[in-house]
Design a protein. Structure first.
Length: 555
């Protein structure tokens, strides 16, 4: 069998411990590219000698075939069957990979129960509150109070959350193991992600009509078309991702085709995949993309889940959403490592990177209801019910006084995909980024390569200090710095904390006066920053790891 990574072994251990403790339906959250299939393949292999037959549930043809193929590679000793359409490979199989639609009938579910299925694994487990999923779990005994009867279950997903706020706790009792995307990047299991946000003049999503809380498809397509967004997006791709293999997420099939045509006009080889096209045609296009014959794939909600494309190093997000799980699913498509691939670039043209962090989502809370499962699952659970009504004007392209349309200059900015700018990072007079962490100072020292950093920690007073991370770019350095600061202090100040707008305290004012700092007209937050900066300057700016490199002009 394919060997387990350390965190994959930990995940299996957490699941088995949960089962032993009486939990019937635990869940595991692992980022895209972390090897969820490897985890449940090993789990099925471990349970097989005990007479346990496993059912793996998925909801799309590609996911079913992909899971079956991975299971055969990871655990070649297991007999794998497929249950979908006319294929009924049940008897004599150790693991059965089934489409959820093939189990809509109670008779088919009863057949699996009679066949001795004692473990149900739900891939993309955030779908599990749909009616057919719940019926499978119920009819196979996953809700049984008797530990000696019925099947046990496991849910695996990269995003244990839903945009419609349906409570996943109806299906899953607890998330027993979770790894964050940052952990996977640090371990080399995923590549780093960089964000570039491009403002498209004339594209104002606030004016787009909504239906059931989401953008009306036709109105959104018209807004994109009228603003010449496809042409601007194609120009942005050529400017920022010219040498990258990419995937573009569009809100509608028509807009996906329009984006494809604009890419072609800009000289980028592009094709479109969508749910209504024949499976063989979609397979051929994706294979051409894997070979490098096609640089860009545009799609409408087909490739958000289960699509393995490690060669892909760019994601263009042209679908507005307020759903954090959907954002993570889209951006995660490009994070798998590949030979020669250093990082992934997330090109945002609709302002989503200003609203969401690129982090694993684990949320079992929400409304207590079961949704009816649609026969066409391509758009299921992808509906943005929150909208973008509260988005600031700067997030919609407003305020740009340059030329209009697709022929004017593109205004682009680097965006923080890990949420670090929300924390109270400050800079010393020498330009050193730092965070106060209780009696410690976490700071970023320049590494040997320009634009790369080391994360360090030192006491606020006295000598000493140590390096914690090395050779990372600014975004990742800040993210790791925050994690280490939280470990040291337990909490970090956010720039938007309500106390920061209050008047300074007497203690603050006294400290500031001792340090010779002005206090007139400053808020409590501003004076706190000034005091922290003074202490950091005295402690950090004179350190050799900062001063010698700074003097050579690296800052």
């Amino acid at each position: 069998m394919l060997n387990l990574r350390d965190y994959q072994s930990e995940a299996i251990g957490a699941v088995r411990e949960a089962w032993a403790g009486g939990m019937r339906r635990p869940a595991v959250v692992l980022p895209t590219g972390a090897g969820k299939t490897v985890v449940f393949a090993h789990l099925a292999a471990q349970m097989h000698p005990r007479g346990v037959r496993t059912l793996v549930l998925a909801h799309r043809t590609e996911l079913i075939e992909q899971a079956a193929a991975k299971l055969r590679r990871v655990a070649p000793q297991l007999m794998i069957g497929i249950l979908k359409g006319t294929r009924r490979e049940i008897h004599g199989r150790d693991v059965i990979v089934a489409s959820v639609l093939s189990l809509k009938s109670a008779e088919r579910r009863a057949e699996l129960a009679r066949a001795g299925v004692r473990l149900v694994i739900v891939d993309e487990a955030h779908h599990a509150v749909a009616d057919t999923y719940m019926a499978v779990l119920r009819d196979l005994g996953c809700f049984s109070a008797d530990p000696l009867t019925g099947a046990y279950a496991l849910g695996v997903t990269a995003t244990m959350g839903r945009s419609d706020r349906v409570a996943l706790s109806q299906a899953w009792e607890d998330v027993v193991y979770k790894r964050d995307i940052m952990d996977m990047i640090r371990g080399g299991y995923l590549v780093n992600a960089k964000g570039v946000r491009v403002r498209v003049e004339g594209l104002d999503l606030r004016a787009v009509k909504r239906r059931h809380g989401d953008f009306a498809d036709q109105a959104l397509a018209e807004a994109l078309h009228d603003s010449l967004a496809p042409k601007a997006i194609a120009r942005a791709y050529v400017e920022h991702c010219a040498e990258r293999s990419g995937v573009l997420f569009a809100p509608t099939v028509d807009s996906a085709h329009e984006m494809r045509d604009a890419m072609r006009e800009a000289g980028v080889s592009a094709e479109t995949v969508h749910g209504a096209m024949p499976a063989f045609e979609r397979r051929d296009i994706l294979a051409a993309h894997a070979r490098g014959d096609v640089q860009m794939i545009t799609n409408c909600m087909v490739l958000t889940e289960g699509w393995d494309a490690p060669w892909c190093s760019a994601v263009v997000i042209a679908r507005p959403t307020s759903s954090a799980p959907l954002f993570v699913q889209m951006a995660g498509r490009a994070l798998r490592p590949h030979p020669g691939k250093r990082d992934a670039l997330i090109l945002d043209v609709v302002g989503v990177t200003g609203r969401h962090r690129l982090a694993s989502v684990a949320d079992l809370a929400g409304a207590d209801r079961v949704e009816k499962l649609s026969d066409d699952l391509l758009d299921y659970d992808e509906i943005d019910l929150l909208g973008l009504g509260d988005q600031e004007e700067s997030d919609t392209g407003g305020g740009w006084d340059g030329p209009e349309g697709a022929d004017g200059p593109l205004v682009a900015e680097i965006v923080d995909l890990f949420g670090s700018r929300r924390q109270a990072w400050l800079r010393t007079p020498r330009g050193v980024w730092f965070l106060s962490a209780g009696e410690q100072i976490v700071f970023l020292a320049p590494d040997e390569a320009v634009g790369r950093y080391r994360v360090a920690m030192a006491p606020a007073k006295g000598a000493g200090g140590r390096f914690l991370e090395s050779d990372v770019d600014l975004d990742m350095a800040m993210s790791w710095g925050e994690q280490h600061a939280i470990a040291a202090a337990g909490v970090l100040t956010r720039k938007g904390a309500s106390w920061r707008s209050q008047a300074p305290s007497g203690g603050q004012t006294a400290v500031a006066e001792r340090l010779g700092l002005p206090t007139a007209g400053l808020t409590r937050g501003e004076l706190s920053d000034a005091i922290s900066t003074e202490f950091a300057a005295q402690r950090v700016d004179m350190m050799p790891c900062v001063s010698t490199v700074t003097d050579r002009g690296y800052w």
